[in-house]
Design a protein. Structure first.
Length: 592
């Protein structure tokens, strides 16, 4: 019978060992290093509490036995002499073990290895009595002590169920294995056997319930720890995002605001305070309590702002004049939208404000400039040109009779050419400034590039002939169409051809070509002229840049600048490849 029970216990131990390693591998891999560090610290802190609980419980039981020596207790009268004689020794050894663990607990070793400290004290409490009993020649099943120890461990330190299971298996293995091997008996007349079915079931379920409870708590704690870490990460990301958007809010060039429908600012950034002339957003919010009457030069503009935003939920490029803190007037452009509640009621407005005073001043200056150019320069040139052309169109005989000033026809032709050049310069100057302020306006339509080139060549036929230019058009009629402005592209080709003629001697050869590259149409205007340096090529498309090879003195360098503006407006690019005495190849691209 003893051999049979020993075999069963060994089999159970092997099974439990396999389960222990399997579960450890499953749960251990899933525990992060952060959680393991937290669990180690938790176990170390709870050990201190358990030490004091064990110490006071041992002292109470030791006090009971000491009291029993002088004043025998009836409840202990039936306890065998063997058990009563060794109990004080056992308690003494246990108390010493507790104090030893308390000392080790304060060391670095104790902090790093609280699990070993747990097992050491647990086995000190459960095995001390067993070893002394074995030496004394009997078995001592201390069921009360085991129950208190296993339950107190599970309640006070409900983590790492593996060490709980280890502490239990060692004491139970010792009790059933060693006592069976030596054939020891319990010193109780009515229960001499070391085991019975009731005892085994009790110990099994006691350990199982404790370990399951620890495992469930440990799993719950692990989940809460992970959730807490995820929450911390979420808060960290939220903080980073808030810091990023706070930086954007604080450092934005445009004014950012939130305002109520009744005309008060809720929030404002430093840029808005600067636009309005206040030292800080707080000062702006505090002192500007009536946006309609304090800010707007025309109070009706704010009413119009509210009307538009209520109808469309947003407003864009809403331009108005406003008073700054010092009473000066500036122009602003507002872009805002309405924030509504679930019932559709407007809670507040949110948007951007840009200071457009400089732009307005530039537009006003440009209008004055246009007026001056149109009336003070362009109109007199047009008048002179009309007179010269009328004189030039008269018959020679009629001219000699009616004209009081003797002017030859060649002189009139040179005067007409000069006036034409002046008019072209004035028109180019106007176009350049319009494109600077308003950009290039395109009227797009599907066109074939060869039709644009043929039109430009036809219009420049006289200039090409006068300068003895050999022009070769290699552009195929089978090229795909482009969505572009025909007139503006005509101007680009005209400018490039005229630019080549203007900067070279007569007898020039010009070649036009176009090919498809990826999703772009690649167009070239190449000549075999004098070329240019790398420094000239880099500045060629700048406003008012003039090359030093220009044979005509009257030029502002606007043609290539306008050509670049047109090509960029189409979504393409433009450039030149050239070297001194190696000709020049102007190229530009257009999206297909």
């Amino acid at each position: 019978m003893a051999f049979f029970m020993t075999t069963i216990l060994r089999t159970v131990q092997r099974c439990l060992r396999k389960v222990f390693y399997a579960v450890t591998s499953l749960t251990g891999d899933g525990v992060s290093s952060e959680y393991e560090a937290w669990r180690r610290r938790f176990l170390w802190e709870r050990l201190r509490i358990w030490f004091w609980i064990v110490l006071f419980s041992l002292l109470t039981f030791a006090a009971r036995d000491i009291y029993n020596i002088f004043y025998p207790l009836k409840e202990l009268a039936q306890v065998p002499t063997e058990l009563r004689s060794y109990s004080l020794l056992v308690y003494t050894v246990m108390i010493v073990s507790v104090f030893t663990c308390m000392v080790i607990h304060r060391t670095k070793f104790g902090r790093r290895h609280p699990g070993l400290l747990f097992l050491f004290l647990s086995w000190s409490l459960t095995l001390t009595g067993q070893i002394i009993a074995t030496i004394s020649g009997f078995a001592a099943p201390n069921i009360i002590a085991w129950t208190l120890i296993f339950l107190s461990q599970a309640i006070v330190m409900p983590v790492r169920w593996q060490i709980h299971l280890g502490s239990q298996l060692v004491v139970l293995g010792y009790y059933f294995g060693v006592n069976t091997a030596f054939g020891l008996k319990v010193p109780l007349p009515d229960r001499p056997d070391i085991y019975n079915v009731t005892l085994i079931l009790y110990l099994f379920w006691l350990c199982a319930i404790c370990d399951i409870g620890v495992s469930l708590y440990d799993r719950l704690q692990r989940s809460e720890f992970r959730a807490h870490r995820e929450l911390e990460k979420a808060y960290q990301k939220l903080g980073e995002a808030e810091a990023k958007y706070r930086s954007i809010f604080e450092n934005a060039v445009e004014g950012i605001f939130q305002s109520t429908p009744n005309g008060r600012y809720i929030t404002a950034n430093p840029a808005l305070a600067r636009i309005y002339g206040y030292s800080s957003p707080e000062e702006l919010i505090e002192k500007c309590t009536d946006i309609e009457h304090q800010l707007y030069v025309n109070p009706n503009r704010h009413a119009e702002f509210r009307r538009l935003i209520e109808e469309n939920d947003n407003v864009s490029e809403f331009e108005s004049q406003i008073y700054r803190k010092d009473g000066s007037i500036v122009w602003i452009s507002e872009k805002a939208y309405a924030v509504r509640d679930e019932n559709g009621k407007i809670l507040f407005y949110e948007g951007l404000i840009e200071d457009i005073t400089k732009r307005k001043q530039a537009e006003e200056s440009l209008r004055v400039f246009f007026h001056a150019v149109s009336h003070d320069l362009r109109n007199p040139v047009l008048g002179t040109l009309m007179v010269l052309k009328n004189l030039l169109n008269r018959e020679v005989g009629e001219e000699s009779v009616r004209s009081p000033i003797p002017v030859t026809r060649s002189t009139l032709e040179r005067m007409v050419q000069s006036s034409d050049r002046q008019l072209n310069l004035i028109n180019s100057l106007l176009e350049a400034h319009i494109s600077e302020v308003q950009g290039v306006v395109l009227q797009r339509q599907p066109i074939q590039i060869h039709t644009v080139i043929e039109s430009a060549i036809a219009d420049l036929e006289l200039t090409i002939a006068e300068n003895q230019v050999t022009l070769t058009n290699l552009v195929s009629v089978d090229l795909p169409s482009v969505n572009a402005d025909l007139t503006q592209l005509w101007r680009v080709y005209s400018n490039l051809i005229v630019n080549a003629i203007k900067h070279n001697l007569p007898g020039l050869t010009i070649t036009l070509d176009a090919t498809v590259r990826s999703d772009m149409l690649y167009c070239t205007v190449a000549d075999n002229g004098v070329g240019m340096s790398k420094q000239q090529s880099q500045r060629l498309f700048d406003l008012y840049f003039r090359g030093n090879t220009n044979r005509h003195s009257l030029s502002l360098g606007l043609g290539l600048y306008l050509s670049k503006q047109i090509i960029v407006a189409h979504g393409g690019d433009i450039g030149v490849e050239s070297a001194p005495d190696a000709g020049a190849t102007f190229w530009f691209t257009l999206p297909l």
